[in-house]
Design a protein around this ligand. Structure first.
Ligand SMILES: [Zn+2]
Length: 276
């Protein structure tokens, strides 16, 4: 009886996935490829793995290496649809003397796990502080990390649709990382260009404004990140599927998941209206 119910449950999910897949395909006027394959039990598993980042980027044909002229480091990868749109945007920006480079592209579950656990254990400092020493309460420590970093399994960087942008190829100083840069600085000019033009190429800023001001009904969310942009046609489609598969995507398998995992819905869905 229980197995039958689970089977029916899976059938419903597969029908939803198929419907979303068809809708995505019909909506994509300039981009005919879809992020979903036709449904089957193996495609259900591959979608869950894809959305939670449990894939080998080098061995998955969805992802493509960013040409070195568009990234600050080798072997940076994006979903091929996002990459095509990014290059188009970067070429347009270049004509207006704006340089755009991918600072960080797709990260899989295990890379995100190493980042998260390094911060959670104090091996990697956050705001120049060892959080394991500074914040003994593990849930409060997780919340501090979640201001700017994802739990493994919940990052939009898993999908290949999302990237961090730099305006300098040489070093990290060019990353649109500093939310407080001054209007006279180069970062400001680049960010203003993005705000004005990125949507023409399909990009939006998911973590814009304070999380409590995004009015998505969530009390938590990442703080503003001016460097992080999403290729919306892909990211939005993934968000919709993520919602349908929420139960199957609850993150686990990392240090701190006992205190942080239950918060995951906030961090996946509390994005700016422009990305919905
Ligand atoms: Zn990012």
């Amino acid at each position: 009886m229980k197995n039958k119910k689970r089977f029916l449950d899976l059938c419903v999910i597969l029908v939803i996935l198929f419907t979303l897949s068809c809708r995505d395909a019909s909506n994509a006027s300039t981009d005919k490829s879809s992020s979903l394959e036709s449904p089957s039990s193996s495609s259900f598993n591959s979608i869950v793995k894809y959305l939670s980042g449990k894939v080998s980027l080098a061995q998955n044909s969805k992802f493509e290496e960013v040409p070195l002229s568009y990234t600050i480091r080798r072997r940076t990868r994006l979903h091929k649809r996002a990459l095509k749109a990014f290059i188009k945007m970067a070429k347009a920006a270049k004509k207006e003397n704006i340089n755009l480079y991918v600072y960080s592209g797709t990260r899989n579950f295990w890379v995100q796990k190493s980042i998260w656990e390094a911060k959670f254990s104090g091996r990697r400092r956050v705001n120049n502080q060892n959080l394991a020493q500074k914040i003994k309460n593990r849930k409060e420590r997780a919340l501090k990390i979640l201001e700017y970093s994802s739990m493994p399994g919940t990052s939009r960087h898993h999908w290949g649709s999302d990237l961090d942008i730099s305006f300098s190829k040489k070093n990290q100083s060019g990353m649109l990382v500093n939310n407080t840069y001054k209007p006279e600085g180069r970062g400001y000019k680049v960010y203003q260009w993005m705000v004005k033009n990125a949507f023409h190429y399909g990009f939006c800023q998911p973590y814009r404004s304070h999380p409590s001001e995004r009015n998505q009904g969530y009390s938590l969310g990442y703080y503003e990140e001016r460097w992080h942009w999403s290729y919306k046609p892909l990211a939005l489609s993934n968000m919709k599927i993520y919602r349908k598969l929420l139960h199957y995507l609850r993150p686990k398998g990392f240090n701190g998941d006992d205190v942080a995992a239950s918060l995951y819905e906030n961090f996946v869905f509390n994005v700016h209206q422009n990305c919905l």
